[in-house]
Design a protein around this ligand. Structure first.
Ligand SMILES: NC(=O)c1ccc[n+]([C@@H]2O[C@H](COP(=O)([O-])OP(=O)(O)OC[C@H]3O[C@@H](n4cnc5c(N)ncnc54)[C@H](O)[C@@H]3O)[C@@H](O)[C@H]2O)c1
Length: 436
């Protein structure tokens, strides 16, 4: 089967490489000619564990191609995935202009039946919008009679483990209005049958809703534990013990109960805003998620206040910041709490010495006047305090005596609770974590 994936970013490239790994013939398209030229020269543009190996193997086998021309990908394809950005527009609305452009382009080269699938995270009812745009564009090109289906197949992969998540998903959600499209999509995912991956087949609106509800729930879970952590700090309770005991209740579950600087990344912030906004537009408020967004923003400020307090005011001081990506194992810095904290420190007059194992190139494009360092020890050198912002595993194994010797003052603000307070105090640090 021929598959086209339009948009070759974190989701599109992983989707393309993994479908090719399933044995399908995949053509990935992107408007970014440099990205496509790089991929054709064997350069994977993002850091994602195992992705380069998947891309290389399947490109070498001739199953995975990269092009800039939509027509070249769409014409031979039975299934066309849309994996372009859906960023926040004005007042939380989703900017659907990329999706609209792609829908128009698909309509223009609709020569035979195709299943068109939105993999981008979109507001409910977007598939219907795509259907209308494709139909209008096909009609304008004189192909009004060519049949097609529009489906929703939301993506749940996590950056940092995207390839593994795609190859072993918790579930595959297929939203479709016709049986033929469902069968084609199930066929596409057939290799997952042997892993007994559950398929949830619904109508299109339900599939679109599942993605938004899932992201909003996860954002709420993180925010909930952050608010409990803030209370724990005031009453001498340890949020990790609270979270562990809560999580042992199967109704609650253990994951996503880790306190920190608040959620970030390219999905939760924009998707929660989008849910709130499109719900409002439909006259159905999402009060819980409105509060989640507000509390999450406040958590960033809380972290800055904590750093201020621990350093006696950051103005004029030098701060070492470890980790810049929004979470470990990715180079993605979109809405990263670490980046927000760096900016907040700079606004308060601090100088920042930063280190991240993979995200410094992206960070350098966003941040001015940061000293990018060669490792954690270099960042600590001569700094007035150290802020652990993103919990890359290499930071867990640091030689803390060496860190202490490098710092001007032995102050550590651990926004991810990576270190053990008593151990840190034994080593002579003034230490502050979150919620304990
Ligand atoms: N990143 C994630 O973890 C994740 C997880 C699940 C869902 N999603 C959703 O998937 C979608 C894509 O996210 P991403 O992180 O992969 O974005 P991204 O920015 O990494 O990649 C998008 C790519 O689309 C390309 N593009 C833009 N317009 C195009 C067009 N008209 N034709 C062809 N290519 C075009 C861009 O050049 C870019 O390479 C978003 O809706 C996002 O919400 C992302």
């Amino acid at each position: 089967m021929n598959v086209a994936v339009i948009g070759t970013g974190y989701v599109g490239l992983v989707t393309g490489a993994c479908f090719a790994e399933f044995g399908l013939r995949v053509t990935c398209v992107d408007t970014d000619a440099d990205k496509i030229a790089g991929l054709n020269a064997g350069r994977v543009p993002i850091y994602e564990p195992r992705l380069d190996e998947f891309v290389r193997r399947n490109a070498d086998a001739g199953r995975l191609r990269f092009v800039t021309d939509v027509r070249e990908a769409v014409e031979p394809a039975l299934v066309v995935f849309i994996a372009v950005p859906t960023p926040s527009g004005e007042q939380g609305t989703t900017d659907l202009s990329y999706v609209d452009d792609v829908a128009r382009a698909i309509g223009e080269c609709l020569y035979g039946y195709k299943v068109i699938v939105t993999k981008s995270t979109v507001p409910v009812l977007t598939a219907e919008r795509v259907r209308q745009i494709v139909a209008a564009s096909a009609a304008a090109a004189g192909r009004a009679e060519v049949p097609f289906s529009v489906c929703s197949n939301p993506e749940f992969l996590r950056e940092g483990s995207a390839v593994d998540d795609f190859m072993r998903p918790d579930r595959v959600v297929i939203g479709a209005e016709d049986e033929r499209a469902v069968e084609i999509l199930k066929d596409l995912y057939k290799p997952l049958d042997r892993l007994e991956v559950p398929f949830v087949t619904t109508n299109v609106a339900t599939a679109e809703m599942i993605k938004h509800a899932s992201n909003a729930f996860l954002a709420a879970k993180i925010t909930f534990v952050n608010e409990i952590a803030n209370l724990c700090e005031r009453v001498g309770a340890d949020v990790h013990d609270v979270a562990r005991a809560m999580g042992l209740d199967a109704r609650i579950g253990r994951q996503f109960l880790h306190p920190g600087p608040g959620y970030g990344g390219s999905c939760f912030p924009k998707d929660t805003r989008s849910l709130v906004r499109f719900s409002q537009d439909l006259g159905v408020r999402q009060r819980v998620i409105e509060a989640v967004i507000e509390a999450n923003e406040a958590q960033r400020e809380r972290m800055l206040a904590k750093i201020d307090e621990m350093t006696g005011g950051v103005g004029g001081k030098t701060l070492a910041v470890l980790g810049l990506s929004f979470k470990p194992n990715t180079d993605d810095i979109r809405s990263s709490p670490a980046i927000d904290v760096v900016r907040g420190l700079q606004r308060r007059g601090a100088h920042v010495r930063a280190f991240d194992p993979q995200a410094m190139r992206n960070a350098a494009a966003e941040l001015a006047e940061v000293s990018f360092c060669k490792d954690a020890y270099d960042a600590a050198q001569g700094s007035d305090a150290l802020v652990l912002a993103t919990e890359w595993s290499e930071f867990r194994g640091l030689d803390l005596r060496r860190i202490r010797a490098a710092l001007l003052r032995p102050v550590v603000i651990d926004m991810r609770n990576v270190y053990d307070r008593s151990e840190m105090e034994r080593l002579g640090f003034r230490y502050s974590g979150v919620g304990r």
